[in-house]
Design a protein around this ligand. Structure first.
Ligand code: NIG
Ligand code: FE
Length: 405
């Protein structure tokens, strides 16, 4: 006898499982099955497909003619941090650029101060509130970065809070060390980078990935290469905040370093976008950040996909450049500003997002044997969610076969 059967599903959204991320034209392929049912046992999918079979289960759920998809995957967040930076909104209104605020000791450095001063419990409570909202919005796999400590003690505190979140909530998490996120005041950047590199032995015990902010006035390409090479020598896979504001060649560096993902890429070069197609590195695009920074030039998702690359989407949730924990909102921005199709968007927040955090074959799909992480959406079809923006369409969230929201 199975545990649960979910009946009366209007449509079932089924991204394709593959050992590689979905690339190019494959990103526009999505199986949609009308009049479907899902059978779950011991937390895993037994069946997800057309209705009309004779499955037996202890509990029957009625989806009420709603649609069902795998739970969303959020591959880039800064969920663990202290404080908030609403005061920066008036600076932005006056036209002060993001990097200028950082140069003046604000921005990321402001959050570093607040995160250093916050206790473990304060950080955990604040991140828990965000985590609850993310789950309520249909996300059950979350990547979480450090990077607001810039010293050993606080970076480790952030990573431990991140681990504690995974214990506390029914989610799958990946943890990323982002020690080189900014250069602390009054420090030489090379000296600081070496300090962060010296932490990698300890970091690899607690983190899955190493990340760096490669940007004008933060870390150069050469510094990023040195850090990524050191991290890989320790057995950590790498990620990079690349070509967000200035075109430095961060995407090419990511490909050279076999990065699991290259993130932002608003200013990525044509050559980098072309090379992306021949790799399994996932371009994690963060259009909510471009929107929130008040810019008009968005990442060239169309160029990357049309050239044959793999694209994913994330909130980048952080207290400065994108203050939202609603991935559905990002799906709308991707439709409007990245010109992505609904199918591409769904693949980008499920299976490709899972690939962007090294979980491509275990999250983001509803194949037989997969963990039963899924969402019942109060929407008539899959195109509706990016269309009706700014509200939460998740009706029920099921984690490991249990209804949790
Ligand atoms: O991905 N760009 C660098 N890091 C974050 C923002 C961090 C912050 O402003 O606090 C990002 O946008
Ligand atoms: Fe980020």
């Amino acid at each position: 006898m199975n545990d649960i059967i979910i009946k009366n599903i209007k449509s079932l959204i089924l991204p394709k499982k593959s050992v590689h991320p979905l690339k190019g034209k494959e990103m526009d392929e999505l199986t949609i099955i009308d009049d479907a049912e899902v059978v779950i046992n011991a937390g895993r999918i037994i069946y997800a497909g057309p209705s009309g079979h004779d499955f037996q289960a202890e509990k029957e759920m009625d989806a009420g003619g709603r649609i069902v998809s795998p739970a969303l995957v959020e591959p880039h967040t800064h969920i663990v941090h202290g404080g908030s930076r609403e005061h920066e909104m008036s600076l932005k209104r006056q036209g002060v650029p993001y990097l200028e605020i950082l140069k003046q000791g604000g921005g990321i450095l402001n959050t570093v101060e607040a995160t250093r001063n916050a206790s473990f419990d304060e950080l955990l409570n604040k991140a828990s509130a965000s985590m609850t909202r993310m789950i309520q919005h249909g996300v059950l796999t979350i990547e979480s970065k450090s990077g607001y400590g810039l010293d050993r003690e606080t970076e480790m505190k952030q990573l431990q809070v991140s681990r504690a979140l995974e214990e506390k909530f029914p989610v799958m998490m990946k943890h990323t060390f982002l020690g080189p996120h900014a250069v602390p005041r009054d420090k030489d950047s090379d000296v600081f980078l070496d300090e962060m590199i010296s932490l990698l032995d300890e970091v690899k015990e607690i983190a899955d990935f190493a990340d760096i902010f490669c940007e004008t006035g933060v870390f150069t390409i050469e510094q990023s290469r040195k850090y990524m090479t050191a991290a890989r020598e320790k057995g950590l896979r790498v990620k990079i905040h690349a070509d967000e504001i200035d075109p430095l060649g961060g995407l090419e560096l990511a490909l050279e370093q076999d990065a699991v993902s290259a993130d932002h890429l608003v200013a990525a070069s044509e050559e980098g976008k072309r090379q992306l197609a021949s790799t399994d590195t996932v371009a994690v695009l963060l259009p909510g950040t471009t929107f929130y920074l008040g810019k008009n030039e968005f990442a060239d998702a169309r160029g990357m996909i049309d050239a044959g690359g793999a694209v994913s989407l994330a909130t980048d949730y952080n207290p400065g450049s994108c203050v939202t924990d609603n991935l559905q909102m990002i799906m709308a921005v991707a439709a409007l500003k990245l010109k992505m199709t609904p199918n591409e968007i769904w693949n980008a927040v499920t299976v490709n997002a899972a690939h962007a955090v090294g979980l491509g074959t275990v999250r983001g799909t509803l194949d037989e044997g997969d963990t039963a992480d899924l969402v019942i959406w109060d929407a008539p079809n899959h195109e509706y969610i990016p269309y009706h923006y700014g509200v939460n369409h998740a009706y029920q969230v099921i984690a490991g076969g249990k209804v949790i929201f």
